[in-house]
Write a protein that binds this ligand. Structure first.
Ligand code: PLP
Length: 419
């Protein structure tokens, strides 16, 4: 979601100026498999994964086969929130493969509109309705989407400016990369938002990413994240964890919060949930935070049965054991070793968890130039951070070791040449 783009234009003249990725990657794409994407001219290695919505790579063969079969059988594709066999199968798989093994048994699953921002809107609404309070606390450099509720909680300046109305009812607290120790930061967090206030003035919820993706791959420290969670628990304020980008194994475990040993009250999941890039979002929440009136929140596209089919296939394929998590951790170590051996880690700040890796080059112009040179050499990587100063790697978790090494070596060479 980088904010500054070159002017190369491969788009139709009738398309809005708001398009962005088609400017940084001026090619016309048509086919993709695994970690490879082909335009009408050439092949690219994809270290972007559609902004983290293709953790299992493009066109996973099992998800693809399940979908092809389903469509061939005239399976119902759109069913709003009517019960379907596919919805029930997805819910069973989600419960068996994800909720139960993670002590989230009993959490409700709310289907929201199909995008990440839809899930965040629903999560915030649930927190506000159940507590009867309005203020949300989110974190500087966080990103949660661009509809008004989620945008209010987001930090991206250009997107906030585009709102056209005041963005209200959210206070943003510094994330754990500021100069304070975890203890000091938590102390301020408690003082500003809780201590001395009547409970009616507590926040409705605290909304956080444990690894800020768009904000520049900022990884919350263990003590800090646990301190935030403990403070929320002490004051009985719901903790909402945005797992839209970090979920489905991106940082290693299915949810990033598992490594932190915190238990959120509400979890927003989207991006890679369908496994095939089909839009699908859910909010997982403690039953007492659920909405109580049928239809109080709705949306036409809450019954994407094609996405239920592929999501079920991918949950059963990748999450019956912890093989994928272990592989992701191993691949993460491999990426960090390549960057360290090449000297990148001595030159720039390398951050990340699992296979979300950020190389902070301290200059937006430099990071954008690096991404441009990667593109010229057939590699898709994006930039992130408040100044676009972070080269961000989001390869599919299923990328082979050799492709992973090849792509990281290209990034390393380019960054060292630009130094
Ligand atoms: N939350 C996080 C952490 C994200 O990274 C994003 C998108 O990048 C969103 C929410 C919004 O998701 P969507 O673009 O599907 O609305």
């Amino acid at each position: 979601m980088s904010t500054t783009f070159n002017t190369t234009n491969v788009a139709s003249p009738i398309e809005s100026e708001v398009r962005s990725y088609s400017r940084i990657w001026p090619e016309v794409f048509e086919r993709a498999k695994g970690s490879a994407v082909w335009s009408d001219k050439r092949e690219f290695l994809d270290f972007f994964s559609a902004a983290g919505s293709l953790n299992y790579g493009h066109n996973d063969p099992d998800a693809q086969a399940a979908l092809t079969d389903y469509i061939g059988r005239d399976g119902i594709l759109q069913a709003l929130d009517m019960q379907t066999v596919q919805r029930q199968q997805f819910l069973s798989a989600l419960e068996a493969r994800i909720l139960q093994p993670r002590q989230l048994h009993g959490y409700r699953v709310m289907f929201t509109g199909p995008t990440g921002t839809n899930a965040i809107e629903a999560a915030l609404k649930c927190a506000r309705l159940s507590t009867g309070r309005t203020e949300v606390v989110s974190f500087l450099r966080g990103f949660h989407g661009v509809s008004l509720g989620s945008l209010s909680a987001s930090s991206n300046a250009s997107k906030r400016r585009a709102a056209g109305v005041p963005l209200r009812d959210v206070s943003r607290f510094p994330f754990d990369i500021e100069r304070l120790s975890a203890r000091e930061s938590i102390e301020w967090f408690e003082r500003i938002h809780f201590r001395g206030r009547p409970s009616s003035e507590f926040p409705a919820c605290v909304l956080m990413e444990l690894v800020q993706g768009e904000g520049g791959v900022n990884v919350a420290g263990m003590d800090w994240a646990q301190g935030i969670a403990a403070t929320c628990r002490r004051y009985d304020v719901p903790l909402v964890v945005d797992e839209i980008q970090t979920g489905c194994g991106r940082t290693g475990p299915f949810f990033a919060f598992e490594d932190y040993e915190v238990k959120p009250d509400i979890i927003a999941v989207s991006k890679s949930l369908s496994g095939l890039g089909l839009p699908l979002s859910v909010v997982l929440l403690r039953p007492d935070l659920d909405m109580t009136t049928p239809g109080q929140h709705n949306g036409t596209f809450r019954g994407n049965n094609a996405a239920f089919v592929t999501a079920t296939t991918c949950l059963e394929k990748f999450w019956t054991d912890d093989k994928l998590s272990q592989q992701t951790r191993r691949k993460s170590d491999m990426v960090h070793s390549i960057l360290a051996d090449a000297g990148v880690s001595d030159t720039y700040a390398v951050r990340g968890r699992g296979l979300v890796i950020g190389i902070d080059v301290a200059s937006g112009a430099l990071a954008r130039r690096a991404a441009e040179l990667c593109f010229e050499r057939g590699l898709l990587v994006e930039t992130a951070g408040t100044d676009d100063q972070v080269v961000k790697l989001l390869p599919p978790l299923t990328t082979s070791d050799s492709d992973l090494a090849r792509g990281v070596e290209v990034v390393a060479e380019i960054l060292l040449d630009l130094r």
